[in-house]
Design a protein around this ligand. Structure first.
Ligand SMILES: [Fe+2]
Ligand SMILES: [Fe+2]
Length: 269
């Protein structure tokens, strides 16, 4: 069995600052790492973690260094793809010592496990909030899928290619997603698309695959489905995902933090 943890949208800011003046994202990431490490005996062993974008809030060198420091206690290896709040050049420089980080071009990579392939795609567009997959990235995905016909595949990118009903996010989602849909539809084995960006747990169908949007680890985009709703965040509990191969890919949402329990349902029986 292969098990992948998905962490999304940490939005790390410089020391002494709160994201959007509201959210202590560094504390949230530290708590997320602590939660994962503490839960490993119950849910592991975990093969890898993937951070699905918006590692930082402004894409600065200081923020990337702080992100790495906060992630360093994580007891499992991790990789990442950029989001709209990231800077590809500075993210590349920050992870230049990692063998998964390409020396140039989009931050795309492949990780093969015994019975699962994880493909990371760069959907970021410089200085823009919406997502886009350049031709090189689409060709990378097409050739990666063509070479992997036996195992389930997880494709990870920041921007969801689906409409969520949250208007201010939907206008920033992945553009020209028909090309992605066409490539995914050609793949005959199980395929799961995992995304971030919306900071909410959302599931939808896309191109014959399930598209899973992960919750943010620190704050949520406010659940407001009204037309013209303001672009807001809410301090809902953070969470991360566990994707594992059983008879197919099973995805669990796990909250960040400590909670009472476990308690036996029937302690006297
Ligand atoms: Fe985000
Ligand atoms: Fe984003």
């Amino acid at each position: 069995m292969t098990k992948i943890i998905q962490i999304s949208d940490p939005h790390i800011v410089p020391h002494g600052q709160l994201a959007y003046g509201q959210v202590d994202t560094a504390s949230a990431l530290a708590e997320c790492v602590e939660t994962i490490n503490r839960r490993l005996p119950d849910i592991g062993p975990i093969d890898m973690a993937i951070v699905t974008g918006d590692l930082t809030d402004f894409g600065t060198e200081e923020e990337y260094q702080r992100f790495r420091e906060l992630m360093s206690p994580l007891a499992i290896p991790y990789r990442a793809v950029p989001g709209n709040h990231d800077d590809v050049s500075l993210m590349r420089a920050c992870f230049s010592d990692e063998d998964w980080m390409p020396a140039d071009g989009p931050i795309n990579w492949i990780s093969d496990f015994e019975n699962l392939t994880l493909i990371g795609l760069d959907s970021s567009v410089p200085d823009m909030a919406h997502g886009h997959l350049v031709d090189d990235t689409l060709a990378f995905l097409k050739s990666a899928l063509a070479a992997r016909t036996g195992n389930p595949v997880i494709v990870a990118l920041h921007h969801p290619p689906i409409m969520t009903g949250i208007e201010k996010m939907d206008i920033q989602n992945l553009r020209e997603s028909r090309k992605l849909q066409s490539i995914l539809s050609d793949h005959e084995h199980e395929l799961r698309l995992i995304c971030g960006h919306v900071h909410r747990n959302i599931v939808a169908h896309f191109g014959g695959a399930i598209c899973q949007v992960a919750p943010g680890i620190s704050h949520a985009v406010t659940m407001d489905l009204r037309e013209g709703a303001a672009n807001c965040l809410s301090k809902e509990p953070g969470g991360f995902m566990l994707h594992e191969t059983r008879n197919g890919i099973v995805s669990h949402s796990i909250p960040v933090g400590r909670f009472p329990g476990p308690f036996l349902f029937y302690p006297d029986s």
